[in-house]
Ligand binder design. Structure first.
Ligand code: GDP
Ligand code: MG
Length: 206
């Protein structure tokens, strides 16, 4: 029987200027909720960059104040990965209006860390926006569809098995007392695809 397919998905999270002080607490919630933080960047967007990012809201009453707020201070953008990342992250952050969030989703991040209908602590992509928003914040990252079936086998053979083979060979030579923990540590130290964490990099104007 074929094992069930698990689709790992990526989404963009932003810790907005009003919640920067709660960054550590929010990151803790993210990690506890089964997400991997694949990339992370601190940025201070210009009003022009913010307008591009929120282009879908251009023309709405709240657009000018949204742009002023999002460019008022540093933000932290993160690419989060897990099964159903887009939907799960939006569920975890709750509705955009924090007053409503506190009524209907009292445990959500926006209920806990947000202030009002605009300063709502965090952003989460929707399905249509995730890829564009990840590219916007991390222009150098390659967003490829995650392979399945034969493509997944080819991917493992090319990019995972060689590392695993080296790790298992070292394991056999070393014969550590706790082989599983040893291998886990070895894989973390020798991961050729280590996530790249860039702190304090300003997104420059294009
Ligand atoms: P989101 O996808 O859950 O962030 O919500 P939207 O895409 O509808 O709105 C984008 C952002 O605009 C929200 O997160 C809020 O910061 C802000 N926003 C949305 N609706 C309003 C509103 O009615 N008034 C104000 N001042 N800001 C709003
Ligand atoms: Mg939105």
């Amino acid at each position: 029987m074929e094992p069930p397919q698990i689709y790992v998905e990526r989404t963009l999270a932003i810790i907005k200027p009003d919640a920067i002080e709660s960054l550590t607490d929010i990151e803790e919630i993210i990690k506890r909720s089964g997400f991997t933080i694949v990339q992370k960047r601190r940025a201070h967007l210009t009003p022009e960059q913010t307008s591009d990012f929120y282009a879908e809201h251009y023309g709405k009453m709240f657009f000018p104040s949204l742009v002023a707020y999002m460019s008022s201070g540093p933000i932290v953008a993160m690419v989060l990965a897990r099964e159903n990342a887009v939907e799960y992250w939006r569920e975890l952050i709750g509705p955009p209006n924090c007053f409503r969030a506190r009524e209907t989703h009292p445990d959500s991040i926006r209920a806990l860390y947000g202030t009002d209908d605009q300063r709502n602590a965090v952003h989460g992509s929707d399905h249509d926006g995730a890829e564009r928003e990840i590219r916007f914040m991390f222009p150098e990252s390659i967003v490829e569809p995650i392979p399945t079936g034969q493509a997944a086998k080819d991917y493992l053979a090319k990019l995972v098995n060689p590392t695993l083979l080296k790790g298992l060979t070292s394991l056999c030579k070393q014969k550590p007392e706790e082989p599983i923990t040893w291998l886990a540590d070895w894989l973390i130290a020798n991961n050729p695809n280590k996530p790249c964490v860039n702190d304090d990099i300003h997104v420059t104007e294009s």
